[in-house]
Design a protein. Structure first.
Length: 81
C-alpha cells in the first residue's frame, strides 16, 4: 500500500465512522497492519520508544515502535471567528 492510499483509506474511514457512529472499518479490517499505537507497519523507522517526526523523502510522524503514524486532530483554533 502506498502512502497516498494509506492516507485516503484512513481519512475515509475516520469520516465514515464519525458519520455513522460505528467502529472504524479501517481499524477492523486492517488491525494486523497497525502497531499498538496505530502506526502503519508498512513504513518502518528506528524504534526509540517515543513519538517523533522523521524525514526520508517526506516528513512522517513516527510511533514509539518506529512505524509511520497519522495524527488526527485540531490544528489550530480561531476563537474570534
Amino acid at each position: 500500500m502506498k502512502r497516498r492510499d494509506f492516507v485516503r483509506l484512513a481519512s475515509a474511514s475516520a469520516l465514515a465512522s464519525s458519520l455513522v457512529r460505528t467502529p472504524s472499518l479501517y481499524s477492523a479490517h486492517h488491525a494486523t497492519k497497525l502497531d499498538r499505537f496505530g502506526g502503519w507497519i508498512g513504513k518502518k523507522f528506528e524504534a526509540i520508544g517515543f513519538f517523533r517526526v522523521e524525514k526520508d523523502e517526506r516528513w512522517w510522524l513516527v510511533s514509539p515502535e518506529g512505524n509511520a503514524f497519522l495524527s488526527w486532530g485540531i490544528n489550530h483554533l480561531h476563537p474570534d471567528l
